[in-house]
Design a protein around this ligand. Structure first.
Ligand code: KIV
Ligand code: NA
Length: 271
């Protein structure tokens, strides 16, 4: 099976309606990508790896090299899904030229097919610059975690007057600039529905609406790796409990000297 492509993802909404929702999950490592790949249309190497993998307080400190290294691992572990890489904070905001250099580095270093960046109208010029020069761009509006210091937290967007128009305007500007898809995160549901209806390109929701053209979640959140998760996360697994119980059994056997047992040991040749 040949790998899916950006035009194929974009074409899923060609008739104005995505018949089958687009399935997207984050992936940061090769083995994780391998396990998720058969089930996903898009694997996102999200800058959420800052918190999830590195224990950072936000996505602000994430570097281009972190993104490039994890993206390369995810490309190596997958063969079906389109791999999209987040542009980290500081790598694209200053100018379209700066953004192009960073995005080109990410794609060259990893083999990923596209980048994602946060922001609306202010980023439209950059989205156009990249997509006209061979770099497909996925937009990201609504709750944009890299703006945490401006927003003052991670509260859902669109509850205040005027915010709905701003978010819809941002998404529209990205599409007009050439974005092949737009993530809408953490917005009140009517806004997510309005954005989905007004854009011709696929709209991928997270904390948005089941009516979006696709959904994305942070894989570790979905697997139940963390005790505290945002309201919009559904925990489909309890991987934290599995890891804790497994480590506990190992520790117990090591302390009892019952591991390693005969099956795990090498014996000298009989002569
Ligand atoms: O970094 C990330 O994981 C993301 C998704 C949650 C959309 O941007
Ligand atoms: Na992100």
């Amino acid at each position: 099976m040949r790998r899916l492509t950006v035009p194929k993802i974009r074409a899923r909404k060609a008739d104005g309606n995505t018949a089958e929702p687009i399935v997207m999950l984050t992936a940061y490592t090769a083995r994780q990508a391998q396990l998720l790949d058969p089930h996903c249309d898009i694997l996102l190497v999200g800058d959420s790896l800052g918190q999830v993998i590195y224990g950072l307080p936000s996505t602000i400190p994430v570097t281009l090299e972190m993104m490039a290294n994890h993206a390369a691992a995810v490309v190596r572990g997958s063969y079906h899904a389109v791999v999209v890489v987040d542009m980290p904070f500081g790598a694209y905001e200053a100018s379209p030229q700066h953004a192009f250099e960073a995005a080109a580095h990410l794609l060259k270093a990893s083999g990923a097919a596209a980048v994602k960046l946060e922001g609306g109208e202010a980023m439209a010029e950059t989205v156009a610059f990249l997509s006209q020069r061979g770099i497909p761009v996925m937009g990201h509006v609504g709750l944009t975690p890299q703006a945490v210091n401006v927003l003052g937290g991670y509260a859902a967007r669109g509850r205040d007057d005027g915010e709905a128009d701003k978010i819809i305007g941002d998404a529209t500007a990205l599409e007009e600039a050439g974005a092949f898809a737009v993530v809408v995160e953490g917005v009140v549901e009517p806004i997510a529905v309005a954005v989905t209806r007004s854009l011709a390109c696929p709209v991928i929701g997270i904390g948005a609406s089941a009516q979006c053209d696709g959904q994305v979640l942070v894989t570790e959140d979905m697997l139940g790796m963390f005790e505290r998760v945002p309201r919009f996360v559904k925990r489909y697994g309890d991987i934290a409990a599995t890891i804790s119980e497994t480590a506990e059994r190992y520790a117990t056997e090591v302390r009892a000297r019952s591991f390693p047992g005969p099956d795990q040991l090498y014996q000298p040749k009989d002569d």
